[in-house]
Design a protein. Structure first.
Length: 554
């Protein structure tokens, strides 16, 4: 009887506690399924020691990605703060520095030695713009209405491979550790508030940028109510840009109240130049914006952010046309010339999909759209240098329609010329003698009136030859004195002589000075002298042409 009583009591207790245990289990499952932050994309980058590093988080480690430049003082300060911290060696923290200014490997190795920490992984990419595009992909995830290009740009990723924090500018080790502690829960974490998802989920979220119009007004890229926005990035010097604007200005829809057209000049033309450009089209229905000085967060930077949304090549064909619907969603991206008819057709497609397919939709590819083509990278790039020119040559790329040649200057690649597919060479002219240069070549094909470029740059470092030495030789008693003016860009000079016109040149000495005396010569004998300027760059020597001077010794 007593045993039965206890069994009944135990059963009664289980019935009472069952709802609580069930609720607790449900709460645990729910907590496990909740995820904060943003899903982290995975990229594989090269390090200075020849290995590779993934941006994907390692188990039980908080990952810190530091995008910066070796030439940026704020980047250097932040990395030194990290290197000197008491947490840099912790096994639960991983720090990856990603150089986004195309610094070469040797420069990166020297920079790492300056930071003095082998606990930081140093990544570089001196031959293409992969890292630059990776950085822009992270910036598009940055929930901020005004994204600048301030460096360093820091991304904090938790152990579950979720992005939890973005930081810009110089940071102390204490601030960084505090943010890591919030993520791991060892500090005072704050739960991020997730934004309410918009009703319209087609396309991409449109980040707001503020441009300045030629009449001094602020112009926002944020969509205005009941208007489709045509955002056209172009140059005042570009024929394709002029043709597209001329088509728009002469269209029968440019005055429509439900369409807004903004032209954004991204080549840093002045207000006066942009105003003169606008007058060519005689259309006050287009808003013309310029950005003469603001490189970091202005039109040029915004253009690349829009490109990154569509994973387009960062060296595009102007103009770049972006279509933004009435719900402030970026829907389309086009490169090159567009007619007014093509534009209004695309605008109608956007408006039609909004009317017939309200709510979240996944756009299906149009049946007529051909399979995206790919173009192989250029290989076997070589350079042959002259005094004021460099001839580039490379191996032909199968199915390429042509090639685009770039020069790296002012910390970015600039297009300088094109060639047809039949000609796998290009001569860059009007260069400075004795100067360093870096060139790159990409192959391209055309699909849907848009250039499709090879994925990566193929680049090389080279230099032009120094100018010829202007030599003067003065004979003396048993000697000859050679003098010349300093040659711009020359590393040094090679002095040579011979005893007859047909004899071979004999090298006397390499010198850094602009004079040399050859002694122990025979009186009343004729000698021939020359001095050649030379320049060394990236392990290669470039030698000037030379003049021959004939003298008879006293």
């Amino acid at each position: 009887m007593k045993k039965k009583f206890f069994q009944t009591l135990f059963l009664f207790f289980m019935i009472l506690t069952l709802p609580f245990s069930t609720n607790m289990t449900g709460m645990q499952v729910q907590a496990a399924e909740e995820q904060t932050g943003i899903e982290n994309p995975t990229y594989t980058l090269n390090t200075i020691d020849g290995t590779s590093v993934s941006t994907k988080a390692n188990p039980n480690q908080t990952t810190m990605l530091v995008f910066g430049k070796t030439t940026c003082s704020k980047t250097t300060t932040t990395l030194r703060n990290i290197a000197a911290s008491n947490w840099i060696g912790n096994s639960d923290i991983r720090v990856v520095f990603i150089e986004c200014n195309l610094a070469p490997q040797d420069e990166m190795i020297s920079y790492a030695q300056k930071i003095e920490s082998d606990k930081i992984s140093y990544c570089y990419d001196d031959s293409s713009d992969i890292i630059m595009r990776v950085m822009y992909q992270y910036r598009t995830l940055y929930q901020n209405t005004r994204i600048s290009s301030t460096t360093p740009f820091i991304v904090l990723i938790d152990q579950n491979n979720r992005i939890q924090k973005f930081l810009e500018g110089s940071q102390t080790a204490e601030v960084l550790k505090s943010e890591i502690d919030k993520i791991t829960g060892t500090g005072n974490p704050t739960d991020p508030t997730e934004p309410t998802p918009p009703t319209d989920t087609t396309g991409y979220e449109n980040k707001e940028y503020i441009f300045t119009s030629i009449d001094g007004k602020n112009v926002s890229t944020k969509a205005t109510p009941n208007q489709t926005t045509v955002l056209l990035f172009g140059r005042t010097t570009c024929g394709n840009t002029k043709a597209t604007l001329k088509n728009i200005a002469g269209s029968d829809w440019i005055g429509n109240s439900d369409i807004r057209v903004i032209f954004a000049e991204y080549n840093f033309a002045s207000q006066a130049d942009t105003s003169a450009f606008a007058q060519q089209f005689g259309c006050d229905k287009i808003t013309y914006c310029y950005d003469q000085n603001n490189y970091a967060g202005g039109i040029y930077s915004a253009m690349f952010k829009y490109l990154a949304l569509f994973q387009e090549d960062t060296h595009m064909t102007a103009p770049l046309t972006i279509l933004i619907n009435k719900n402030d969603r970026v829907q389309k991206c086009f490169q090159g010339t567009l007619t007014a008819e093509e534009l209004i057709t695309e605008i109608k497609k956007i408006n039609s999909s909004e009317t017939t397919n309200p709510g979240p939709t996944t756009p299906e590819p149009e049946p007529s759209t051909p399979t995206p083509i790919k173009v192989g990278n250029v290989s076997n790039l070589k350079a042959s240098s002259g005094t004021d020119n460099v001839k580039l040559s490379w191996k032909k790329v199968s199915k390429a329609e042509g090639y685009i040649v770039y020069q790296y200057k002012s910390s970015k690649w600039k297009k300088i010329g094109t060639t047809k597919a039949s000609k796998a060479s290009y001569t860059v002219k009007k260069l400075q003698s004795g100067s360093n240069y870096r060139f790159a070549v990409k192959a391209y094909r055309t699909q849907n009136k848009k250039q499709v470029l090879s994925k990566s740059y193929t680049s090389l470092y080279t230099a032009t030859k120094p100018a010829a030495v202007n030599l003067k030789v003065t004979p003396g008693r048993g000697k000859a004195t050679l003098k010349w003016k300093k040659v711009t860009g020359a590393t040094g000079y090679t002095v040579c002589y011979k005893t007859s016109q047909k004899a071979s040149w004999k090298k006397l000495k390499n010198v850094k000075t602009t004079s040399f005396t050859k002694k122990n010569l025979n009186s009343r004998k004729t000698y021939f002298f020359t001095v050649k300027a030379y320049k060394t760059y990236k392990g290669k020597t470039y030698t000037s042409s030379f003049q021959t001077k004939k003298v008879t010794i006293k």
